[in-house]
Design a protein. Structure first.
Length: 196
């Protein structure tokens, strides 16, 4: 009788432990899927320091397209600031341009955040948001740029940022639509066709 009772207790304990393990495994899988899905479907989970010391929360741009551009003040493409400002001014009801100064290519953004902000305002009348200087490639790449350039994360495409003024266009739900290299001008048909 004691042996039967001990066997029944051991069987019940094993079944309970097995159910607990299955339950924990299932919870972990669901949590992991939710986390992966949340970080890979849109850009809204990212924040960046703004050039003036505040915080830029990309979720604040829900409902508008976003054009994210890695910028530099001493580059052959620096004149694109003017086109970016024109694009922003003409479409600000449905588009946010976000400039991200970076010194990753040729040391072409050596200034401080204050110097960059002053340069952009004085020379190009920039009114669109600018982040503080960031790393857009390499070991210290900002996580948002990792997301923008990695298909496994953004579910759309892989992109390699090779120079300044690469452009990433996102839809009104924060999902990646397209990537444009430096040579594509801000007011080009390739970009404007998405704003019609």
């Amino acid at each position: 009788m004691r042996i039967i009772a001990a066997l029944l207790f051991a069987t019940a304990a094993t079944a309970c432990t097995s159910a607990q393990t299955k339950s924990n495994t299932k919870t972990t899988e669901v949590t992991m899927e939710t986390t992966t899905e949340a970080t890979s479907t849109n850009v809204y989970s990212y924040t960046m320091p703004s050039i003036d010391g505040g915080t830029i929360n990309l979720a604040d741009y829900k409902g508008k397209k976003i054009l994210i551009v890695n910028t530099a003040s001493e580059c052959g493409y620096t004149r694109q600031y003017e086109g970016l400002e024109t694009l922003y001014a003409g479409h600000k009801d449905k588009l946010v341009v976000l400039g991200v100064p970076a010194n990753n290519f040729g040391g072409q953004e050596p200034g401080t955040n204050e110097q960059i902000a002053s340069f952009c305002k004085k020379n190009y009348g920039v009114t669109f948001p600018l982040t503080a200087k960031q790393e857009v490639v390499g070991e210290n790449q900002h996580p948002m740029f990792k997301w923008l350039t990695t298909k496994d994360q953004n579910n759309v495409l892989d992109a390699k940022i090779k120079w300044n003024f690469n452009k990433f266009l996102l839809d009104e739900n924060g999902k990646l639509l397209a990537y444009f290299p430096s040579s594509v001008e801000p007011n080009s048909d390739e970009i404007l066709n998405y704003l019609k």
